[in-house]
Design a binder for this molecule. Sequence first.
Ligand SMILES: Nc1ncnc2c1ncn2[C@@H]1O[C@H](COP(=O)(O)OP(=O)(O)OP(=O)(O)O)[C@@H](O)[C@H]1O
Ligand SMILES: [Mg+2]
Length: 500
Amino acid sequence: MLRGIGRGPFGPKSPPGPGTGSAAAVIDPPLAPAQPEPSPRNESAPSPRPAPAPEPEPPAVIPAARRGEVKADPAQEQYEALKRTIHTRLVDRLDMTRVGEMDPKTLRNEIRGVVEDLCDVENPLLNRNERQRLVNEILDETFGYGPLELLLKDDKIGDIMINGPKNIYVEKGGRISKSEVTFRDNEHLLQIIDRIVSRVGRRVDETSPMVDARLPDGSRFNAIIPPLALDGPVVTIRMFGSKPLSKDDLLKFKAFTPEMLAVMEGAMRARLNVIISGGTGSGKTTLLNTLSRFIQHDHRVITIEDAAELQLQQDHVVRLETRPPNIEGRGAVTATDLVKNALRMRPDRIIIGECRGAETLDMIQAMNTGHEGSMTTVHANTPRDALSRLETMISMAGLELPIRALRSQFASAVDLIIQASRLPGGPRKVTSISEVIGMEGDTIIMQEIFAFRQHGIDESGRAYGEFIATGIRPTFMDRLEQSGCHLPHDLFTQRVMLKD
Ligand SMILES: Nc1ncnc2c1ncn2[C@@H]1O[C@H](COP(=O)(O)OP(=O)(O)OP(=O)(O)O)[C@@H](O)[C@H]1O
Ligand SMILES: [Mg+2]
């Protein structure tokens, strides 16, 4: 009778840990040294909390359809009741003071054994798949991120957007759709949020209702809760960890052409200063990650981010992360502080995940003073817009500089602006590669080398157009040659390179 509701096992059964299958092993576990989940920020985090203890809460009912919200499904209800019973029994048996001290992996294995035993006691009629699913769901609820685990395991999902406990949207292939997954209520969603942020030493409550964090796989996590969010906690997750896109993936997706890649690669090797500009979710960070692979391995790179999401492939990388103020409003460390400090750390290149404010000036100055090959991203819709945004950030930060002086700093610091865009229907493309060549009067002069021209939208709503070479040969070709990057002469001949 439970048939037909299962969605199959999540994966292979974990190997049994010592004492698996025995409730006694969990009630009286061997004392393992405390090993909090490895997290790169733990060292610097203000009073990081220990690895979270299992939640003494009955598990949530997951998919809306299965919850019988529309129409009660007796088999489903029975399944959920069984899950709740087993979870309650499990929590009764746990010694909460001990579980916090145990190695999470060992603990999970031990508890898996106990849950499997409880399953057999409560309902020996479950088939193998159903039993496996039940055990996994209870473990997800106890140790993982509850209903969210289901979405986090789906590597086709790029973004998860949770608008309160019942409205969850996901983005797949550039398109947004509503997911079946739901949380029980606000309280349940808040528990999961708290579990995620406490792992990286942050907190979320009424006095600090907005938080940035990172999942163990590197995915970016943001939560904003009531009273700021009016309809329950809102969570936005940008998935990264499972499938970082490679240059080959991006070529396959026609995000840019091989010619464009050759120039971007050359720019990296020749230590050009690069700004990646784009709207929200246009693929800036992805591009930064991909291009960073071309940085020489003997270069010392320092990255500065609000919530670390860059995944550089080099060995010699120092990752720094800003810190929000503590509960008394003190102890904040800004990107500006970190850029200043980074300059004393003998960097070859500095990468700022995203320029939002005063750090822009420090970045530009660093680019002008021997840290060539630095990079950052900025929210802007065109390359020219990117420069004016940066200018605005500096003047908004109260840094009084004559506009002409500022612009000439930009003109000499920035070599290349790469524009990323998310086009209608989902495709993400590099829509412009422009060189900054200097100043004329008060104006910064730029020239576009490659571009994507959109011609329309097809029946499915997807944008189409063509990548073109504008016919302009960049002035930095000498620098590319000097760094050993020899590009064919006809690379820049004016033409349509690729239609998509
Ligand atoms: N060319 C591409 N084709 C398909 N998917 C892409 C492409 N570039 C990026 N993505 C995916 O799009 C999502 C957004 O990318 P990314 O985080 O790089 O954007 P962003 O511009 O940095 O966003 P934000 O403004 O939120 O920081 C990610 O899930 C990423 O894997
Ligand atoms: Mg980004």
